[in-house]
Design a protein around this ligand. Structure first.
Ligand SMILES: Nc1nc2c(ncn2[C@@H]2O[C@H](COP(=O)(O)OP(=O)(O)OP(=O)(O)O)[C@@H](O)[C@H]2O)c(=O)[nH]1
Ligand SMILES: [Mg+2]
Ligand SMILES: [Zn+2]
Ligand SMILES: [Zn+2]
Length: 216
């Protein structure tokens, strides 16, 4: 199953490279704030890049509808019983979405800290969203995910004042122990705090990849 997925992921990667698309695989627990972060991203980007999104969801089109309301081409990938996206599902959704030219494609994975990390989608970068209410030990408990990601986005920062037990240094230590190249940003999609740094990270990713792309 994984060998076939790898072939299909390679095909997606070719699509992304020839079409000049930076694809961000956004993973994280159910309710960690993935869709809210994308809504805040659309607001903060103010049309500077052409954005599009596909959202993995077992049963509903809620996230696709939220992101269309936010103003970008988007659809949900209904997985039924599967708790992760695979490369084929993403490929078929992109053909259905038909978004026209896209600079940054967000692939919002199914809410799950385990198996989305195992399936290559052909993405340019892997990001995990971890909200402050999930517990500072999550990188140590789900190391497979944290070993795979290029960036941790710590969300719901506006709630920290209500969490007397939250210890940032414990979270940072867990991130340092698991990520190959530790990198974390802290945001609140509600207040907008920190969203500029996330947008700057995306800009940098886009600039780096554009420089690597062959002349066309
Ligand atoms: N206070 C606060 N609440 C947030 C923030 N981000 C998201 N939420 C809330 O958290 C809940 C879940 O947010 P979603 O964006 O739907 O989370 P998700 O990760 O996309 O969820 P699934 O797609 O179902 O896995 C919602 O009630 C949001 O309003 C934040 O930065 N601060
Ligand atoms: Mg969502
Ligand atoms: Zn799964
Ligand atoms: Zn194709």
């Amino acid at each position: 199953v994984l060998a076939r997925n790898d072939r299909e992921a390679a095909h997606n990667r070719e699509h992304f490279q020839t079409e000049g698309i930076v694809a961000v695989n956004l993973m994280g627990s159910p309710g960690s704030g993935k869709t809210a972060l994308l809504e805040a991203t659309v607001r903060a980007m103010r049309g500077r890049h052409r954005l599009a999104a596909v959202s993995g969801d077992l049963a509903t089109d809620h996230d696709g509808a939220r992101l269309r309301s936010a103003g970008i081409p988007s659809l949900s990938i209904t997985t039924g019983t599967a708790c992760h996206l695979d490369a084929r599902l993403v490929h078929d959704a992109l053909h259905r979405l038909d978004a026209g030219p896209v600079d940054i494609l967000f692939i919002e994975n199914v809410g799950n800290l385990v198996c989305p990390a195992i399936y290559d989608l052909g993405q340019t970068a892997n990001v995990v969203v971890l909200s402050v209410t999930e517990g500072e030990d999550k990188p140590l408990k789900y190391p497979v995910m944290f070993r795979k990601v290029d960036l941790v986005v710590v969300t719901k920062a506006d709630l920290i004042p209500h969490l007397p037990g939250f210890r940032r240094e414990v979270l940072d230590d867990a991130i340092r122990r698991t990520m190959p190249v530790p990198r974390a940003l802290t945001v609140s999609s509600v207040t907008g705090e920190g969203v500029h740094a996330w947008v700057a990270w995306l800009d940098e990713l886009r600039a780096t990849r554009a420089a690597e792309a062959p002349e066309r």
